[in-house]
Design a binder for this molecule. Structure first.
Ligand SMILES: [Zn+2]
Ligand SMILES: [Zn+2]
Length: 233
């Protein structure tokens, strides 16, 4: 076993196991809504302008498409970046990597498409092209440059965080149209996530999902054993 720093083993006792079973069987918990910005912050780990923007996009889309937080795959999100805002989409809209109703098409754009499968409606929200922070508070943008360059004094760092909080508050309260442009979404609805079978890799012996398996020298292998470019993961 690779021991990671600060690893704390958790052996669930009977009380914990009972609560796991309750959670698994509770419809109420499954459909419970994470509705507030605080919920998104709890999921993401910190409050930041990117998260606030993702929160506004998800909130707007759900109202516009008349959709509730997705228990299964009724609401689908296609995100075009891998930044902080994506976590707000997962927390608020319930579109998540594990459920397969979050499609990451990371082409580096602050754009989010939401699709309501039940009604067959969709919208694409694109962040306005003007630099947002500069517009909301020119001083915070200058402070950020100083802080990220490592040349800021402790007083400037403190000031940056205070001004940043003000920017986040503005993002959460100004009219939606000042943040995003609503565009037509492509009309095709992505197919539902498939449950895939597994095959055993002929080299390492580990099981791998069929749709991720490769063939090397006529044998079924996993991606790392096929020696494919994968950045080591
Ligand atoms: Zn963040
Ligand atoms: Zn393998």
């Amino acid at each position: 076993m690779t021991r990671l720093p600060e690893h704390r083993p958790a052996v669930p006792d009977e009380t914990v196991l009972r609560s796991y079973r309750q959670v698994t069987n509770s419809r109420e918990i499954m459909t419970r809504s994470l509705t507030t910005y605080e919920d998104a912050v709890a999921f993401h780990g910190h409050s930041c302008p990117g998260l606030a923007l993702g929160y506004r996009a998800a909130d707007y889309a759900m109202k516009r498409l008349n959709a509730k937080r997705s228990e299964d795959e009724d609401l689908v999100a296609i995100v075009e970046n891998d930044a902080c805002g994506v976590d707000a989409v997962q927390a608020l809209a319930g579109c998540s990597v594990g459920k397969g109703n979050l499609i990451m098409r990371d082409i580096g754009k602050h754009a989010y498409t939401f699709i309501n499968r039940k009604t067959g409606t969709a919208i694409r929200l694109v962040q306005r092209p003007e630099p947002l922070t500069e517009r909301l508070d020119p001083e915070v943008a200058a402070l950020r440059r100083k802080v990220t360059s490592g040349k800021a004094t402790p007083a400037e760092i403190k000031k940056f965080h205070e001004r940043q909080a003000g920017v986040i508050e503005k993002i959460l309260t100004i009219p939606f149209g000042e943040l995003f442009i609503e565009k037509e979404a492509r009309s095709e609805i992505p197919e539902r996530a498939r449950i895939s079978g597994s095959v055993q890799c002929a080299v390492c012996g580990e099981m791998v999902a069929e749709h991720r398996a490769r063939v090397k020298n006529g044998k079924i292998v996993c991606i790392p054993c096929a020696g494919e470019y994968s950045r080591g993961w």
